[in-house]
Design a protein around this ligand. Structure first.
Ligand code: LMR
Length: 400
């Protein structure tokens, strides 16, 4: 009976890493998945993570099951970090926080919640968006449609299109927003634009659903990167926020994150949490403990917390440096007069180059530069010494 099973296509992002591994060229460069590398292009485990793990070993902690909602100390620090510990929604107990399997798992749990309790609702997602968003809502059987976001003419935000599409959607839709460092474009709304978005979302009775995968990683500041979420919370809106610690603490494989649902009363929050637990139990029972303890130790300890902020600034700074260096080479070497300044305007881990599918394939086939076919490159996987090579590859592929 398994004979009838067809071969699934490789994942558009994680499949790139598999193809990269199989390439034997010395020149090869993996700019596919968004994973931070050192200047030597090696994976990086943060010092604060090592310190937290040492503490955990010293304490000889056990491996008992966590409650379905996760580690209490983690859930507390993660909500505090996102909303600010003094936020009234925290103090009044209006947030239902459930530890989940990083960004994807948190989004998937929320999608199951939407599917169960908002039968007619649809989710609006940006065009383009992170490759996995559509899979998540498809598999949860939640209908979605796209709102305009990226304008290829300006290589910037199509803000009017975005507003118009959010306005035109049925009242009470969920609007998926990237809290900071939009993936894949690296283009975020300005504070004024966030304000206007909040006006419209409020008018339309929509429910904002933030995906926050880069807090602290976009600007180097945890508070600055939480600006959009906190703005919507200040307006008294009910909303959802999925969080991931993959990038900002480098805990990719620990699968640690959370889903937070801001409700209008603590009673509602308790009920929402009970339902999230009910949905989680048959899916994965309860979440893993190791990453949760690391986060709780780092964020919950003033010394480690400060060290973390410094390490994050270092990582964000290295990415900014390669961004600048890449721009410099592209501007110097490309004789076509193309304006490359969009690279400097984009923020976060990625640059959305504007290379189309065929050009992206040319990057891989001729130059051994592995990237997603939507033209996104992960600058976190680039070193200063490879910028010139990459600039040559991009120029050649653009004009090919
Ligand atoms: C990415 O966009 O590269 C990351 O979020 C990794 C992933 O899970 O796709």
């Amino acid at each position: 009976r398994f004979e009838s099973v067809t071969m699934a296509p490789p994942d558009p992002i994680l499949g790139v890493s598999e193809a990269f591994k199989a390439d034997t060229s010395d020149a090869k460069l993996n700019l596919g998945v968004g994973a931070y590398r050192t200047e030597e292009l090696q994976p990086y485990v943060l010092n604060v993570v090592r310190k937290a793990e040492n503490l955990m070993l010293e304490r000889g902690e056990n491996k008992e099951y966590l409650p379905i909602e996760g580690l209490a100390a983690f859930n507390k620090v993660t909500a505090d970090l996102l909303f600010g510990a003094n936020n009234t929604v925290i103090q009044e107990g209006k947030v239902a926080t459930v530890q989940s399997l990083s960004g994807t798992g948190s989004l998937r749990l929320a999608a199951a919640f939407i599917q169960r309790y908002f039968l007619d609702a649809k989710v609006l997602i940006s065009s383009p968006t992170w490759g996995n968003h559509k899979n998540i809502f498809n598999d949860a059987r939640v209908p979605w449609s796209e709102y305009r976001y990226y304008d290829p003419r300006t290589v910037g935000l199509d803000f009017d299109g975005m507003l118009a599409d959010i306005k035109a959607a049925p009242d009470g839709s969920f609007v998926l927003l990237h809290g900071c460092a939009h993936n894949p474009t690296g283009i975020d709304p300005t504070p004024e634009q966030w304000n206007k978005l909040a006006d419209i979302i409020q008018d339309k009775n929509h429910i904002p659903f933030f995906d926050v995968a880069y807090q602290g990683f976009a600007s180097g500041s945890l508070d600055t990167d939480a600006y959009s979420v906190r703005l919507f919370v200040e307006r008294g809106l009910e909303l959802l926020v999925a969080q991931s610690y993959s990038k900002n603490l480098g805990l990719y494989a620990e699968r640690i994150g959370a889903i937070n649902v801001v409700c209008s009363s603590s009673d509602a929050a308790a009920r929402v949490k009970s339902q999230l637990k009910r949905l989680a139990r048959p899916m994965y029972s309860n979440p893993p403990v190791h990453g949760a303890r690391i986060v709780a130790n780092v964020v919950g300890d003033a010394t480690l917390f400060n060290e973390w902020k410094q390490e994050m600034e270092l990582m964000a700074g290295r990415i900014k440096n390669v961004r600048q260096r890449l721009f410099d080479y592209l501007s110097q070497k490309d004789k076509s007069g193309k304006d490359w300044s969009f690279i400097l305007k984009q923020i976060g881990m990625f640059s959305f180059t504007g290379l189309n599918k065929a050009q992206s394939e040319h990057m891989t086939n001729k130059w051994h530069v592995y990237m997603t076919k939507d033209g996104r490159i992960s600058l976190a996987g680039l070193s200063l010494s490879k910028c010139e090579y990459l600039a040559d590859a991009i120029i050649d592929s653009f004009h090919n």
